[in-house]
Design a protein around this ligand. Sequence first.
Ligand code: AMP
Length: 194
Amino acid sequence: MANIILLGPPGAGKGTQAERLVSGRGMVQLSTGDMLREAKTSGTEMGRKVAEVMEKGGLVTDEIVIGLIEEKLEKGAPGGFIFDGFPRTLKQADALADLLAKRGLTLDAVIELVVDDKALVGRIVNRADEARASGQPVRKDDTPEVFAVRLQEYYKNTAPLIGYYWAKKSLVQIDGMAAMDQVAGAIAKVLDRA
Ligand code: AMP
């Protein structure tokens, strides 16, 4: 059983890899992006505010996302948790450490998917095209314009977590540009030794 963070910019493949871990290892994926997209449809004032921020590519407040994660941690995960898209700020990282410690849980690895920025916008546009082709809902923030804002948010607020977790000796860097199966294999190796 291991609790891990998947870290990396939008389009790095965090969600894809998390899904594989859910089906392959019975882990529980906690994607704050998915939770917020759900909240958006709730019709509440909070949902409306969240939608506005997300559509522009900004970050939702720490309080909201920390609250969402706390709720899900209550349910437990015998196979371990995958934090996907959380934490995104140093404040969220500290909050996660507290939430885990309170429950006697450990953070076993922070896996950074290292990718080439130039390839990312192509992946995002692809994701939107694929969704469109298969009749799935297209994310409003999967446009080159909003993506540029999301990438800036990543470098400003989230990339500092790389140094933070490196100093804590939790960071493992994986080549996120490799084929999907290879990335999955590299993650499996980390989990098997965690
Ligand atoms: P994602 O699905 O992870 O790409 O997240 C989509 C959007 O949800 C982001 O661009 C943010 O607006 C918001 N979001 C998701 N996770 C967080 C988080 N941990 N902190 C702040 N905002 C978040």
